[in-house]
Design a protein around this ligand. Structure first.
Ligand code: HEC
Length: 123
């Protein structure tokens, strides 16, 4: 009994260390999605004009360059408005049919900025 109890106590510092090691990388991986979703929309406006307006139109209404379907989404429509930041950020990151992926061209911060700008278009 006595011996076993000692062994259990000896585990505590080890487990605390393990918990620290495990929590470290998770925080880093989770942060792009979970930290403040509010990007800098004035910065986003420039990114949008340069990279997105050609397809989505300067007002985001989906009236830019039209390919043979699917047409660029009207980013001011209720269907887009209802989607969460995380969903829209992943569409921007991964791309859509007829829309390129932006994850290698826009940083996490730039993606949030452009999304913040897209949110201002909806008002
Ligand atoms: C080559 C044309 C093109 C460019 C450039 C482009 N998009 Fe798109 N985008 C599309 C198309 C087409 C769709 C809709 C695809 C579909 O309906 O499946 C779309 C869909 C989206 C959606 C999903 C909307 C929803 O309701 O789910 C978001 C968000 C979006 N674009 C944002 C952006 C942003 C931000 C940029 C600039 C960084 C950008 N797009 C650049 C063509 C483009």
């Amino acid at each position: 009994m006595k011996v076993r109890r000692k062994k259990n106590i000896a585990w505590y510092p080890l487990m605390a260390g393990l918990a620290l090691v495990l929590s470290g990388p998770y925080t880093i991986v989770a942060s792009p999605a979970t930290d403040s979703p509010t990007g800098d929309d004035s910065k986003g406006k420039k990114i949008f004009a340069r990279h997105c307006a050609g397809c989505h139109g300067s007002q985001g209404k989906g009236d830019g360059y039209l390919l043979l379907g699917p047409d660029p989404a009207n980013l001011t429509r209720p269907a887009t408005k209802k989607k969460s930041d995380a969903t829209l950020l992943s569409s921007i990151h991964e791309g859509k049919p007829n829309m390129p992926s932006w994850k290698n061209r826009l940083s996490a911060e730039e993606s949030r900025a452009v999304l913040a700008y897209v949110r201002t278009l909806e008002k």
